[in-house]
Design a protein. Structure first.
Length: 273
């Protein structure tokens, strides 16, 4: 009758205990024991021996920047997911961050119900900070609102088109391309009025828009100044310097967006000629 022989380890209990305490992941443990980190067999033996000794591995982070203890504390003390992210030092979390943290918290058996409850507290104005890099996302609804309050009917293309908006007003239908620049108009604000044809790697050179396809460019700059420039005025160009087109300034969106107090909107709004 064969009897199982306990595995012979090349490390002692004390060495394993010290390695686990000083490590942030299993590979660190294996490395601290002077073993190869590419052997799955060695990794399994280290894990088995660690479990046999009942050693605490909750501080292991792996590729994370936080450990189990930090997550438990962040969830226990937080009132929302934003609180949890801040506690874990994740000031700009990726889209899948919440899903990953939620899954890990569930595996730890943590109660998340208080994080999903809707708060009735009104966040302070300072918490709604303006991110200039999101201007590109905001420009389309800004343009749509500008045309809408002037009695125009707005349509968005169902399929991909060269223009962003179809605007119907009393004088006809206009195709509008929306552009942005985070550079302020007081400086040498450059904005592209061109497009890049589809190519592998998106490396094709930019080409001007055909003025027979686009009627207007609606442009929002870093000062939230809004321009409505006829396409024929910039025909053939791939980029323009906005300060030379101030006659096409049609307004400023800073009041709507709650721009900083030191922002100085233009004193005169010149209509489109």
């Amino acid at each position: 009758m064969r009897t199982s022989i306990p595995p012979k380890y090349t490390w002692s209990d004390a060495q394993l205990t010290d390695a686990v305490k000083a490590s942030a992941c299993w590979r660190d443990v294996v490395r601290a024991l002077g073993l190869t980190t590419t052997s799955e067999g060695v990794m399994r033996r280290v894990r088995r021996h660690t479990a046999l000794l009942g050693l605490d591995v909750s501080h292991f982070k792996g590729t994370r920047t936080w450990d189990d203890a930090q997550l438990k504390r962040a969830i226990a003390e937080g009132h929302s997911w934003d609180d949890v992210f801040t506690s874990l030092g994740l000031r700009t979390p990726r889209k899948d961050t919440r899903a990953r943290i939620t899954g890990h918290a569930i595996r730890l058996g943590l109660d998340l119900r208080h994080l999903n409850a809707k708060s009735t507290a009104i966040p302070p104005p300072a918490s709604w900070r303006i991110d200039p890099m999101r201007l590109r996302d905001a420009a389309l609804p800004i343009a749509a609102a500008w045309f809408t309050v002037r009695g125009s009917t707005i349509s968005l293309p169902i399929e991909q088109a060269v223009y962003d908006l179809m605007v119907q007003s009393d004088d006809g239908i206009h195709r509008v391309q929306v552009k942005t620049t985070t550079t302020k108009s007081t400086g040498n604000g450059i904005v592209t009025v061109s497009r890049r044809p589809y190519s592998v790697g998106n490396l094709a050179p930019r080409m001007p828009y055909d003025p027979d396809v686009i009627d207007y460019f609606f442009i929002v700059d870093g000062d939230f100044d809004m321009y409505l420039i006829p396409s024929r005025v910039v025909a053939g160009r791939v980029a323009i310097q906005l300060r030379t087109y101030r006659k096409y300034l049609v307004g400023n969106a800073s009041a709507l967006l709650g721009a900083d107090a030191d922002h100085e909107p233009p004193g005169v709004v010149v209509p489109v000629s």
